[in-house]
Design a protein around this ligand. Structure first.
Ligand code: PGA
Length: 254
């Protein structure tokens, strides 16, 4: 099954709109015309418009957000709806990132609700799952990742799955410089694919793109992305520098 690789930059709470006007053209210039992989950047909400303007119409690079609120609108001070993101030409949205699960108490049920709202609004969710170091060391990795995958992705229609990306991000590898080995990552990616196959069917699972995230850098991208079930990368820190982000994209496709 040929799955087009998808490399996304998760900027987290970094880069002002002003800084975005510098970074995005730099990424564009370094990447050039590129269709070997799908490339996505996910700036903070406040920089989405600046990023969109810098990308311009018909860009090879797609825009994504880092979260949304599940309600369509109303009295939710400080929140952002799917329609607001669509209006800014977002095509993707990261959901259930471990930092939101940890600091904002997001549960699988909430992530699932947000994912359904995203899909309805034609936003493609990048749904994050991954175990903590304590869970891995206690031998609970498979149980945690299976539960998060089943819970966060429950009840999607078969057509919806064409627009879903899952990101496996072991929490112990995020921002720590500790990358999962290609074999460790491959093991979990295969588990996620088998889990999805179990409840959504083999056709869906075979087409599903599963990204790896956690200290992806130019020098480890190729080996990770060469694994049979690793279909892309969700890149945090290294996506904030145009040279390293573009090197990751190119190495991932080498
Ligand atoms: P990192 O972050 O690449 O800085 O480890 C990845 C992520 O949290 O998406």
């Amino acid at each position: 099954m040929l799955r087009k690789k998808i490399i996304a930059g998760n900027w987290k709470m970094n880069k002002t709109a002003t800084e975005t006007k510098v970074l995005v053209p730099e990424i564009k210039d370094r990447l050039g015309k590129f269709d070997q992989a799908e490339v996505v950047i996910c700036p903070p909400f406040t920089a989405l418009q600046a990023a969109q303007e810098a990308l311009g119409a018909h860009s090879d690079i797609a825009l994504g957000a880092q979260n949304l609120h599940q309600a369509a609108g109303g009295a939710y001070t400080g929140e952002i709806s799917a329609a607001m993101l669509r209006d800014l030409f977002c095509r993707f949205v990261i959901l259930g990132h471990s930092e939101r699960r940890q600091y904002c108490a997001e549960t699988d049920a909430l992530v699932n609700e947000k994912a359904r709202v995203a899909l309805k609004a034609s936003l493609r969710p990048i749904i994050c799952v991954g175990e903590t170091l304590a869970e891995r060391e206690a031998g609970h990795m498979a149980q945690v990742v299976t539960r998060q995958t089943q819970g966060s992705c429950a009840g999607f229609a078969e057509d919806d799955w064409n627009n879903v990306v899952i990101a496996y991000e072991p929490v112990w590898a995020i921002g720590t410089g500790k990358t999962a080995t290609p074999a460790q990552a491959q093991e979990v990616h295969a588990l996620i694919r088998a889990t999805v196959s179990g409840f959504a069917g083999k056709t869906v699972a075979d087409k599903l793109r599963i990204q790896y995230g956690g200290s992806v850098k130019p020098d480890n991208a190729q080996e990770l992305l060469n694994q049979p079930d690793i279909d892309g990368a969700l890149v945090g820190g290294a996506s904030l520098d145009a040279a390293s982000f573009v090197a990751i994209i190119k190495n991932a496709c080498a």
